[in-house]
Design a protein. Structure first.
Length: 323
């Protein structure tokens, strides 16, 4: 009898990504509301048909809520959560919330937004930040027995990116023109050489000393500098995922908030190369090498060279090779 496959586990979503997902959802719903108000004004309200105009707007609002509740209750995703890799599921079972709980959660968030001028949303965020269970469940999550998870795939073990180089061209025609080597004729055995005269032992030859491994140092524009001794995370408030053996946590201040909470990571690969990888930051990372810039693809490790500069939002990291 085969055992069922175990369900994957995901970490609780951080508040920064949840906020961005909330903004996307509100932008979608308010855009539809604005369109309904314009249509109602031009077709009904200008003619004095106030009841029909208000009814049209309320009907659109109710329809949007129902559609979002169906999406959230069945799949755990709304437009914003789907865009940022988040899912909302039942806290106890990990299954979808269902239509009624999803609708209740949407109504709470909508009421906490416009009618309270955002104070309600700030209060919900504070309750999530103070969650004693450490899962960032706000009051609206606890009422609907929900939890928001980060379902993005965990980054694979970083491997040094292979630098592109010229490909070797093989001339097949020249290979066919090479003559086939003839078999060698066995020669008669040579006379045994005289035994060498032993010389006084001078001791075993000294074994060659292996070259000392190169060390890498990173220096930030804040003045912080240290040698890389393991996995490092950089951001406004970097946090390690479950099971990550982090050696360096580098929190940096961002004046324009262009630096994400966990923006990028770096480490020394097995071959001794220093590798950097963007962790799916909002504003991305840029590599500057000898005056040439290129964007770093999120989730793809890149090999760094001595003298490279990495821009992380409004912060910079300079790479130097020692030894």
């Amino acid at each position: 009898m085969t055992r069922p496959a175990e369900s994957p586990t995901f970490p609780a979503a951080d508040l920064e990504r949840r906020f961005y997902a909330f903004v996307i959802d509100r932008a979608v719903t308010w855009s539809l509301l604005a369109v309904s108000v314009i249509v109602a004004w031009r077709l009904l309200l200008e003619e004095g048909r106030w009841a029909a105009g208000v009814g049209l707007v309320l009907g659109v609002v109710l329809l949007v809520w129902l559609v979002l509740a169906l999406m959230l209750g069945a799949t755990g995703a709304s437009p914003g959560k789907a865009a940022l890799g988040l899912r909302v599921v039942h806290h106890g079972t990990g299954t979808p919330l269902g239509f009624l709980r999803a609708l209740q959660r949407i109504v709470i968030l909508e009421v906490a937004t416009l009618p309270t001028f955002g104070l309600g949303v700030a209060t919900l965020a504070w309750t999530a930040l103070m969650d004693p269970g450490g899962q960032r469940r706000g009051w609206h999550d606890q009422v609907t027995q929900a939890v928001a998870l980060d379902v993005r795939p965990a980054p694979q073990a970083p491997a040094a990116e292979v630098e592109a180089g010229p490909r070797h061209i093989v001339n097949l025609t020249a290979m066919r023109l090479v003559p086939v080597p003839q078999p060698e004729v066995a020669s008669p055995p040579a006379a045994p050489a005289p035994a060498p005269v032993p010389t006084p032992a001078a001791g075993p030859p000294a074994a060659p000393r292996p070259p000392a491994p190169a060390r890498w140092r990173v220096t930030f524009d804040t003045g912080e500098s240290f040698p890389v001794e393991g996995l490092g995370l950089v951001g406004r408030g970097p946090q390690a995922r479950s099971g990550e053996p982090v050696r360096h946590l580098v929190p940096l201040k961002s004046h324009d908030m262009s630096l994400s909470k966990t923006h990028a990571q770096f480490h020394v690969a097995r071959d001794g190369a220093l590798v950097v990888m963007d962790r799916g930051s909002t504003n991305g990372s840029v590599l500057v090498r000898k005056g040439t810039t290129r964007d770093l693809a999120p989730g793809r490790p890149t090999t760094l060279l001595d003298g490279d500069l990495v821009r992380l939002g409004d912060r910079e990291m300079l790479v130097a090779r020692e030894g």
